[in-house]
Design a protein around this ligand. Structure first.
Ligand SMILES: [Mg+2]
Length: 438
């Protein structure tokens, strides 16, 4: 009964408020095109870490039917023949552009939930005439003028329908990147256009089950027998069906749930066999993971490190080791010592290691610092250590370029990530800002 009343109340609110899903188009490729005019209107693809496979394509590359996930070495020649420009991924650029995009969105909505690097749900008041298209057009122009990025805006009564509206905006030619499912009269015919496997929250297995029951699209899932759905998918399935019907079950979460763990792991550009190399790699990942924790005001109570050989290797080896800390921390100095010590336990001289990583676990907010009774350091000493780390973080934030880091991170890396095709320009590295000589 209570649930029913909640839906009725939510239903009333729907008339006033709308939810929009903003999505950056071909985001990684668009970021590159935005800072380098030479790349605009040209077919461009971005490669994954170690230049492995294609993870993003510009609109022009999509037209040439270049597929996502394709291994680079397999289609290198074809890309060459077609004149497609190929770049290594540059995550510091994409992260920076994402921050700028989200900041602009924040100023133009009531509530925002940053969902991924290029997606955000926002809540917006619907005017009396219910037409949000002037607002959406203005927002698209603003983002394009400020960042050179195009966005797609899907508007509806709730998050799930906003996701569908966004898909429809991309598909419908006359939509110009904006589609408002909330005010369309013939909602059912639009819902019919979305396949079940394209619905937010429906995975491969669920969509297979739905198809076996004859449910092929969003309209059929909306009208499906609710008991059957509940029996198979529980409350998650029920929520999806209610949102498809137009009720609001999923709120905008301005503060995302606290992360459960922070992981930094990479594949090496070539296999490593020496303990020193493994230590070196793990040290770099630890420095990065500790930085990430501090940026989110978190601390870890346990750590796991791991390494493994290639999945394709005949001699398979993988090992991880877990350590519970005496007291939670995000101090690089402390964690680094522990990780370097632990690395001996996962190393094996007979195997060619191709990947390693560190996981910071049992995260809690840094404000709840619990000093162990075994920690004899004076408050003065602890404060000094904290200030030193804060200074390092603020200098690195200001100059971006890891101006200060731990000595071990500066050693030569023969195994470092392959990014041979990195674009020369950057907006996060002062050294790479183009110089104009007059
Ligand atoms: Mg996108």
């Amino acid at each position: 009964m209570l649930l029913y009343i909640q839906y009725i109340i939510a239903g009333r609110q729907l008339e006033m408020n709308a939810i929009a899903l903003i999505d950056g188009n071909n985001f990684y490729a668009s970021c590159e095109q935005s800072i380098n005019p030479y790349l605009r209107n040209k077919p461009l693809v971005i490669l994954s870490n170690n230049d492995g496979c294609i993870i993003a394509r510009s609109a022009e590359a999509r037209i040439l039917k270049i597929r996502m996930g394709e291994p680079y070495f397999k289609i290198k020649e074809r890309l060459n023949k077609l004149g497609v420009i190929v770049l290594s991924s540059n995550y510091s650029l994409y992260g920076d552009m994402s921050k700028r995009l989200m900041n602009l969105l924040k100023k133009n909505c009531e509530k925002i939930e940053i969902y991924s690097i290029d997606e955000a749900f926002i809540s917006i008041h619907r005017p009396h005439n219910k037409d949000l298209s002037p607002w959406a057009r203005k927002l698209r122009t603003l983002i394009y003028q400020n960042l050179g990025l195009t966005i797609t805006i899907g508007i509806a009564e709730n998050k799930l329908r906003a996701k569908l509206a966004n898909k429809l905006a991309k598909r419908i030619n006359y939509s110009a990147g904006i589609f408002d499912l909330g005010i369309t009269n013939d909602k059912n015919s639009y819902l019919k256009e979305i396949n079940v496997d394209n619905i937010w929250g429906i995975g491969t297995q669920t969509s297979r089950w739905l198809r076996s029951k004859g449910i092929k699209n969003a309209k059929e899932l909306k009208d499906m027998n609710q008991n059957e759905l509940k029996k198979k998918l529980g409350v998650v399935g029920q929520r999806i069906q209610l949102e498809l019907k137009g009720y609001q079950c999923l709120p905008i979460e301005e503060k995302r749930n606290q992360k459960k763990e922070i992981r930094v792991s990479r594949s090496f550009s070539k296999p490593i066999t020496k303990l020193e190399e493994l230590k070196h790699a793990l040290a770099i990942y630890t420095i990065r993971a500790s930085e990430k924790m501090r940026a989110q005001n978190l601390q870890a109570s346990s750590i796991t490190i791991f390494t493994r050989t290639s999945h394709y290797s005949k001699f398979n080896y993988q090992k991880s080791v877990y350590k519970k800390l005496v007291e939670a921390t995000n101090d690089t100095n402390i964690i680094l010592k522990i990780v370097i010590e632990l690395s001996k336990e996962i190393y094996h001289p007979e195997y060619k290691l191709t990947k390693a990583g560190v996981l910071m676990q049992e995260l809690s907010e840094f404000t709840y610092f619990q000093k162990s009774i075994l920690n004899y350091s004076s408050k003065n000493k602890l404060d000094k250590e904290r200030k030193l780390i804060q200074t390092i973080d603020s200098l690195n934030n200001k100059f971006k370029n890891e101006v200060i880091t731990w000595g071990i991170a500066k050693k030569n890396q023969s195994w470092g990530m392959n990014r041979k095709l990195l674009s020369g320009t950057s907006i996060t590295d002062i050294e790479k800002i183009p110089t104009i000589i007059i």
